[in-house]
Design a protein around this ligand. Sequence first.
Ligand SMILES: [Zn+2]
Ligand SMILES: [Zn+2]
Ligand SMILES: [Zn+2]
Length: 138
Amino acid sequence: MTDPVKLLLVKNLRVTPCRKKVLEIFARKNRALSHVEIENEINNEFDRVTLYRTLSTYTQTGVLHKVPNDTGSAKFALCKDHCDKHIHHDEHVHFKCVKCHTIKCINNVDVPEISLPKGYLIHSAGLIIEGICPLCNK
Ligand SMILES: [Zn+2]
Ligand SMILES: [Zn+2]
Ligand SMILES: [Zn+2]
């Protein structure tokens, strides 16, 4: 994981305490996190609006991507280096552990190309695989 400050510089984003903190949380947790989970980690250090803005800046600049989630609130995960302002490249598989409920990016496994019947236009494709993660599978 790159140093948060460096990543912000690469992305041409101003370093703010909240931005830095959010990246640190993602680096430490190393899994997908929902708004509420991030909020709990932040521990009232920043208000909701600041956090909300930080998350939306991050999703717009290729720092975080939204993880498809069938239940509950949207989750976010760190993008790999090749995401940028205009295009995300996060069509990878996500894994949801049924035991510890963590969702992780499986960055080296792409979502297979999907062809739909005529008339359907795909905007994005997300695939969540459910099962037991390596930590719970010991
Ligand atoms: Zn991305
Ligand atoms: Zn697990
Ligand atoms: Zn992901």
